[in-house]
Design a protein around this ligand. Structure first.
Ligand SMILES: [Zn+2]
Length: 463
């Protein structure tokens, strides 16, 4: 069939180089805008920073940062994106891994540097990661996945409390916000990242064969410390061969010699206490980003007072909000919650929180704000049978849109005490219902009123 023939022709155009010349790489089709890459990556990076033990050691971090910036100068002009901001952070984990998020934030495990035998090997993996960002593979992948489309990128990280359709998608990608959904690539993208990575390496002075060396090291570590990287970057087959072939077609204008700095950083790492494995980190994580926050117990409800400093978050391209800087973001399959440490936990397998604000989007609730809001509250009441309204809906404003607010009371499953609940609702342009639910023990309600007001007043919609 015609279609099939043309796609084979395209594949050949993508990967077969004119003999002796470097391979011309064509970025895959993408339905998202570069700005969406930036927003998604920023959001996921904020979450990664909360979940991962960043290595705060200037010796290492400045090295990783400088190495990354050098590679960025090797990105071919045609692929530059003005909106992208490449950042490089070191993670104190001993597994050989690194990942980059849409728009540019990159995280490099300490184990990657420890396992490398030359600077060019670390640079090789980083150049490969940069290439995924440059070619916008994360969102290109999301563009392909028809079930994520539904008109909104929002669905990929942000869902509906009612009807699990969108929520299921979030649950899959919840571990680093977009983690699995956006970072697991197919062979075609792997090959592209290898080849563009090789070109970037040569442009800044590295021999691209060192990238192939590092991949071999990762593969050899097999059951040990590299499988995480391999599971998101599968070997497309004969990786070493085609990288070597590409390397032979590339001219290195200003070859870099061996790096004394690399040796010093490695020696320094040896002097530090051994890094934990990613498994150990996951096990000891107090609250994970997904579902019940990894907790199996109800939260005790003893929390620090809200900080007067604010921290801004962007949730997908749905909205932006500022919350007290000592509140953490966590995502469930259906919503995003901002809560102080100690406020989130689980009860009967359900995620619950004692203090904080939860936001979500409910679809198919009809276009009438009041009726949709009543239906939302009915559904909340099913999960919280002791929830009662205190007074009727009142008119308010949320992110510049007409909204309703209703004051409720409930009995907390966690503490068995009365809790105050405020539900704000507004219609988004696409007809879905956006809600915010503020929760605090009734006895502390007056102390939190200002905080809740400030949080709700900061909401800005992005679609
Ligand atoms: Zn890859």
């Amino acid at each position: 069939m015609t279609r099939r023939v043309s796609s084979i022709a395209l594949a050949i155009a993508l990967f077969v180089a004119v003999s002796g010349a470097q391979t011309r790489i064509v970025p895959p089709a993408n339905k998202y805008s570069p700005q969406q890459d930036v927003e998604l990556g920023r959001d996921a990076a904020a979450q990664a920073r909360q979940e991962l033990p960043l290595l705060r050691d200037d010796n290492v971090t400045s090295y990783v940062d400088e190495l990354g910036k050098r590679l960025v100068t090797g990105i071919p002009r045609d692929f530059e994106q003005a909106a992208f901001a490449y950042t490089f952070e070191a993670v104190n984990i001993r597994d050989i891994n690194a990942f980059a998020l849409p728009g540019g934030p990159m995280f490099v495990n300490r184990g990657m540097i420890e396992a490398a035998s030359a600077e060019g090997e670390v640079a090789g993996v980083m150049a490969h990661e940069i290439s995924h960002v440059v070619l916008r593979h994360g969102t290109a992948q999301a563009s392909k996945a028809t079930k994520y489309q539904a008109g909104q990128i929002a669905g990929a990280i942000f869902g509906a409390i009612i009807g699990g359709r969108v929520g299921d998608v979030i649950a899959q990608g919840a571990s680093f916000g977009l983690g699995t959904a956006f970072l697991r690539f197919g062979r075609e993208y792997e090959r592209q990242a290898d080849l563009l990575g090789a070109q970037i390496l040569a442009r800044v002075g590295y021999d691209a064969r060192e990238m192939a060396n590092m991949f071999r090291t990762i593969e050899k570590s097999g059951g040990g410390s590299g499988p995480e990287w391999l599971s998101s970057h599968p070997n497309p087959g004969n990786r070493s061969e085609y990288i070597t072939k590409e390397a032979q077609s590339l001219r290195i204008e200003n070859p870099l010699g061996p790096s004394p700095r690399f040796e010093r950083v490695k020696a320094h790492l040896k002097s530090l206490p051994r890094a934990p494995s990613s498994e150990e980190v996951a096990k000891n994580r107090p609250t994970a980003a997904s579902g019940t926050g990894g907790a199996t117990r109800p939260p005790a409800g003893n929390v620090p007072a809200p900080s007067t400093r604010q921290r801004q978050y962007t949730a997908g391209n749905v909205f932006r909000v500022s919350v007290p800087s000592n509140w953490n973001q966590s995502q469930s399959s259906s919503s995003v919650t901002y809560a102080p440490p100690g406020a989130v936990g689980a009860h009967n397998g359900q995620s619950i929180f004692t203090h904080g604000v939860e936001f979500g989007v409910a679809e198919n609730m009809g276009r009438d704000l009041r009726r949709a809001s009543e239906a939302l509250i009915d559904s909340l009441s099913r999960g919280n049978p002791q929830m009662r309204a205190r007074g009727d809906f009142a008119n308010t404003d949320l992110g510049g849109r007409p909204a309703l607010v209703r004051r409720m009371t409930n009995v907390s499953d966690a503490t068995r005490q009365d809790e105050a609940v405020q539900v704000l609702t507004t219609m988004l342009a696409d007809g879905s219902l956006f809600y915010g639910i503020a929760v605090v023990p009734e006895a502390q309600y007056s102390q939190y009123l200002d905080t809740f007001e400030r949080v709700f007043a900061s909401v800005r919609f992005l679609r």
